[in-house]
Design a protein around this ligand. Structure first.
Ligand code: 23J
Ligand code: MN
Length: 241
């Protein structure tokens, strides 16, 4: 115990423990969630240079940024959804920081999602994963690997049609299983939001937002590099960004 942190520092330095960035860089063409037109909309990501080693600032480069909170790789705090609005410590400035470090369970559904963009993660699928890899322990993340982050361009990534977006996510019963029977810390995904693209029509609508945030649990969206994580064994560090 006494050497735990020293051993970790050594392992990080030597590469025995690897550090993998699960976030995507932000750019003006970063895909942004689009809601039906009667609702308010998220602004696109913008970078406005203040100076760039030039007359505006000869030795320094810096910029003004503007973006919606839901842009690129992001953390959904409980306060993001109405069900979580009265939870204690439900926002990024009040969440106890130890809740921002937790183990990850990576559920590889890439093959399923390649043939079915409306793939739904189910309780049965998680139970089968547990039989192979071990139990999803309380306080750990469930991450859905869909390889969605590898889709070329915003249109393929958002995959919107006349009847709404077609992207994978958990079904309502799977959310209840994760929340009530496994007491996970949250659910993470490679798509633009934690719910499936068609989840506006589920019962309840947006079950992952409603169920997770109503239980003071978290979401992670637009993750990348999930193919570089083991099914079990990684620890996620999820500070606000
Ligand atoms: C439906 C309506 C509003 C929002 C959302 C879904 C999401 O946040 C999402 O991740 O899909 S803001
Ligand atoms: Mn969201």
């Amino acid at each position: 115990m006494t050497n735990l942190l020293a051993d970790l520092a050594t392992a990080l330095g030597s590469g025995t423990v690897r550090v993998i960035d699960l976030s995507q860089p932000l750019a003006p063409d970063t895909p942004v969630i689009a809601l039906p037109p009667q609702f308010g909309q998220s602004a696109p990501f913008r970078v406005e240079p203040i100076s760039h080693y030039d007359a505006r600032g000869p030795a320094w480069a810096w910029s003004n940024l503007s973006l919606g909170e839901h842009t690129g790789t992001h953390f959904d705090a409980p306060i993001h959804w109405i069900t979580g609005k009265d939870q204690p410590n439900n926002a990024l400035d009040t969440i106890p920081p130890q809740r921002l470090v937790a183990p990850a369970n990576v559920i590889d559904c890439a093959t399923d999602c390649a043939t079915n963009p409306d793939f739904l993660l189910t309780r049965a699928r998680l139970e089968a994963w547990e039989a192979a890899h071990g139990r999803i322990e309380a306080g750990s993340w469930v991450l859905l690997r869909s390889d969605w982050s590898k889709r070329p361009g915003p249109a393929m990534f958002l995959n919107a049609a006349d009847d709404g977006p077609h992207t994978p996510g958990p079904d309502p019963d799977c959310v209840q299983f994760m929340v009530r029977e496994r007491d996970v810390i949250g659910f993470g995904t490679e798509t633009v939001g934690t719910d499936a693209g068609q989840a506006f029509g589920f019962d309840p609508p947006f079950p992952c937002h409603a169920g997770m945030h109503g239980a003071n649990k978290f979401g992670l969206a637009s993750l990348t590099n999930l193919d570089r994580l083991p099914p079990k064994g990684a620890i996620l560090i999820t500070p606000p960004r």
